[in-house]
Design a protein. Structure first.
Length: 186
């Protein structure tokens, strides 16, 4: 997917969960170019699909790549390259470190001139109220625009959806004047 956001544009992209079924090899590339006055919020939930033998994590791999650039007079400058690869081990799906015993992964990317460490801290505190393991990191700043990436591990889709909805609500509250978008599903 390739997206270009103009001056003052706002995009909230929150698709249904990505379900990786047995033997799946999935690649998703998202390229966003935005102006310093633009606002972007993207969320993603990855969940393992059903397998006939009842075993989890039978997919081959899931690759998600987000390339986010800020448009300036002389071209664009990279703000963030978020590259995620999930490749379950097939011999021992409970192996050391693999998803830390969780089955679902959630991601939230927020890019706006109002992103700062205080917002990252507030999102991390909000995540503590949910049954998920969460980390938040800030990107560098380009032309006054900063981004953050929140990653969260949980045991089900519903918990991650509640967390991501709460985080999006906090962003809307923090960025006063932004009413909820009228979301549609296509």
């Amino acid at each position: 997917m390739v997206v270009r956001l103009g001056e003052g544009a706002r995009l909230e992209l929150m698709p249904d969960q990505l379900i990786a079924y047995r033997d799946a090899s999935y690649r998703q590339r998202t390229s966003v170019t935005l102006r310093p006055s633009s606002s972007l919020v993207m969320a993603e939930v990855v969940t393992p699909g059903w397998s006939p033998d009842g075993a989890a994590f039978r997919y081959e791999e899931v690759r998600l790549r987000n390339d986010i650039r800020v448009e300036k007079e002389a071209g664009t400058e990279l703000l963030a390259l978020d590259n995620l690869l999930i490749r379950p081990p097939h011999n021992d799906v409970t192996g050391l470190g693999f998803m830390e015993g969780f089955s679902h992964l959630g991601s939230l990317v927020a890019v706006d001139a109002r992103v700062d460490q205080a917002l990252a801290d507030d999102l991390h505190s909000l995540a503590q109220d949910h049954q998920a393991r969460t980390g938040v990191s800030l990107t560098r700043t380009v032309l006054g625009t900063t981004g953050l990436v929140l990653r969260s591990l949980a045991s089900n889709t519903e918990e991650l959806n509640r967390l991501l909805t709460a985080c999006t609500g906090l962003l809307r509250e923090r960025w006063r004047g932004q009413e909820p978008l009228k979301l549609r599903k296509h």
